[in-house]
Structures are given as C-alpha cells and as structure tokens.
Design a protein around this ligand. Structure first.
Ligand SMILES: [Zn+2]
Length: 258
C-alpha cells in the first residue's frame, strides 16, 4: 500500500472534512501517513491526531519560516512531543531562503536547523528536511551531521535540488521525497532526478494541502491523489506502478519503523 511520508492534515483547509479523509485512506490504498508539524502550533495539534487513527503517524519539528519565533521552550517542546510512540521523525526542519532574504534570518534558520538536527541525533530519530532556494547550505549542514555519525537517516522532502546533489544525498544513504511536482510539465529537473536515482532511495509524499498533482494542480491536495504521482514515477522509470508502490513503501518502513 502507498506510504505518504509527508502530509499536513492539521492545516485549516481540512477543517470541514479532515476526519472523513483520514478515515477513508486505508480503503483507498493509502496504508500509512506521516503528519508533519510545520508551525509551532502544530506541535500542539499532532498528538490527538496520531492517537485517533492507527495509520496516522507524526513528525515533530518547526519549519524554517518560524525560525525567529522559536525559543528554547519550542526546542524542549519538540523533544517532548518526539517522545510519543507514534512520532517517528523530527520535521519539518531546514532552510527557506525563498520567503526570507535577510542574512540575519538565514543565520537564525541555520541555528534552528542545527538545533533540531541535534535533537534527531540525540533521540535517534530520522529527520525530514525542507529546503527552498537554499540547496548549497542545506547540503553543507546535512553532510556535517551525517559525517559526525549517530544519525538515523532522513528524507529530503519535496526534493527540488540538482541531480548532482541528489547523488550526494544517496551516497549518504538518505531518501528523496517525491510528490506532485513530478507530474508538472515544468518539473523537468525533478523528472531527471527521478529517472536517474534508484527507486531504493525514493519515498512518496503529498505535502498536502500543497502541490496537488496534475490533473488537480492548484487544488487542495490529499493522499488520495498519490496514484497520479505513482503513475508518473512508473512512466519515467519504465517500471510497473505496483513496483513503485511496494518499493517506496518498503523504503519508508525501513527508515521510519526501524
Ligand atoms: Zn511540508
């Protein structure tokens, strides 16, 4: 069954039908979903969600957008939430230089990224990295931690960097998260990455409510649209959809259920 490694069902766009969608996932071929914290507030919403459904898991962390609002208290809350048995990873953490251009902000983002990578190492949990317009700095920090040792691995979520960087991440034993962008006509760079990188290093994700695949591009995304992503990956690699589903599920289980 499909393993959605990255979703945001605590987003307000699911206010009307969250329960209905989450309940319907297994009967629609979605075996497991990781609901990933983005904001500081989502740390407070995640536990009731993961406790309600056996197939819904969580990741605890704060997105770089909130780097300036984060405090020592936020970091200890992440550590606390990560101790719950259904929280599988630290995320989403990383760097976003697209929305934030000020150099002081970038330094703060890097500091908070490292602080959360420290939590991942100390708690022995995989990390989930967000990176936008910050490919070089992301690679430097991830490499720094992977070389230090003691990391439980991780996912480069919504992978958007170059093939060259993708190969570096694969060498470190990490996974690339592939979602709706692979179905976009302007997703050429990502299509090349998907073609070249072995299936054994790819995992599926929605990042819902964002990044719905074609033919729903621009609409609210959900795990129910993942078959379109599976179709696109299968076509690019010249393999069956069943193989895409079973290998990416196995990858996600190896990393997250270890
Ligand atoms: Zn996300």
């Amino acid at each position: 069954m499909i393993f959605d490694t990255h979703a945001h069902y605590d987003d307000k766009s699911f206010a009307e039908d969250r329960e209905e969608i989450l309940r319907s996932l297994p009967e629609n071929g979605i075996g497991n979903v990781v609901n990933v914290c983005a904001s500081i507030n989502s740390l407070e919403r995640i536990i009731p969600m993961v406790e309600k459904y056996p197939h819904v898991w969580g990741a605890a962390g704060v997105h770089p957008d909130y780097a300036e609002e984060m405090t020592e208290e936020t970091l200890s809350r992440i550590r606390e939430v990560s101790g719950h048995k259904k929280i599988l990873a630290i995320g989403e953490i990383g760097l976003d230089y697209y929305w934030h251009k000020e150099p002081e902000n970038h330094l703060r983002q890097q500091e908070m990224f490292r602080a959360q990578m420290d939590i991942a190492r100390e708690e022995g949990m995989p990390f989930m990295v967000h990176s936008r317009d910050a490919a070089e700095d992301t690679l430097v920090i991830v490499k720094e931690y992977m070389q230090k040792g003691g990391m439980a691995g991780g996912i480069l979520h919504c992978y958007s960097a170059s093939l060259e960087h993708a190969r570096e991440y694969v060498k470190m034993g990490l996974y690339l998260g592939i979602g709706g962008v692979v179905t976009f006509t302007n997703g050429r760079k990502l299509k090349e990455v998907v073609r070249e990188i072995p299936l054994s290093n790819l995992v599926l994700e929605t990042d819902c409510p964002y990044l719905a695949p074609v033919p729903y591009r621009g609409k609210r995304n959900s795990s129910l649209y993942l078959p379109y992503v599976v179709q696109a990956i299968a076509a690019l690699k010249g393999i069956s959809e069943e193989e895409v589903i079973s290998v990416t599920e196995e990858n996600a289980r190896k990393l997250l259920f270890a």
